[in-house]
Design a protein around this ligand. Structure first.
Ligand code: RP5
Length: 163
């Protein structure tokens, strides 16, 4: 099936974080594409990727990067597709640098910024599924089932001392 979501990241080193986005999309059966596209090291590739993403059939782009994390904003500047930004946790500043780089977009070009690290990556995948579910009833059902299962799991395990 054709990939509807593009998951791009600045470096291979971002994959241990970004695979959380793939995890939830696998669970919800949403086809995605994964690729390293660096704003700093491969700027021409970045521009080309973003400029052609909509024509390739992608509907959402997830961009993960750490440090001076220009990737999501630069992607957003060259595509009308919704871009979800994931701040990867950096070693020097624990991801605060990544977060502020991604979240502080000037007015006029939007990036939806998620939390730092794997929770943000997972939620970016989840949010991409929610966006797609507006026009996909079967996916909407799978999303409802995922949420019901999550709720039930919490209700079934109220004692915090249990494993
Ligand atoms: C960013 O620099 C990447 O997104 C990554 O989070 C960070 C470090 O990259 P590597 O030096 O590990 O390739 O561009």
């Amino acid at each position: 099936m054709h990939a509807l979501v593009a998951v791009v990241m600045g470096s291979k080193s971002d994959w241990p974080t970004m695979e959380a986005a793939a995890e939830i999309m696998d669970k919800l059966q949403v086809p995605y594409h994964v690729e390293v596209v660096s704003a700093h090291r491969t700027p021409d590739k970045l521009m080309e990727f973003a400029a052609t993403a909509a024509d390739k059939g992608f509907q959402v782009i997830i961009g993960g990067a750490g440090g001076a994390a220009h990737l999501p904003g630069m992607l957003a500047s060259k595509t009308r597709l919704p871009v979800l930004g994931v701040p990867v946790q950096s070693k020097a500043l624990n991801g605060m640098d990544s977060l502020l780089s991604i979240v502080q977009m000037p007015k006029g070009i939007a990036v939806g910024t998620l939390a730092i690290g794997t929770a943000g990556a997972f939620n970016a995948g989840l949010l991409a599924c929610q966006i797609l579910a507006n026009h996909d009833a079967a996916l909407a059902e799978r999303l409802e089932a995922f949420r019901a299962e999550q709720t039930q799991s919490v209700l079934d395990n109220p004692d915090p001392r249990d494993e």
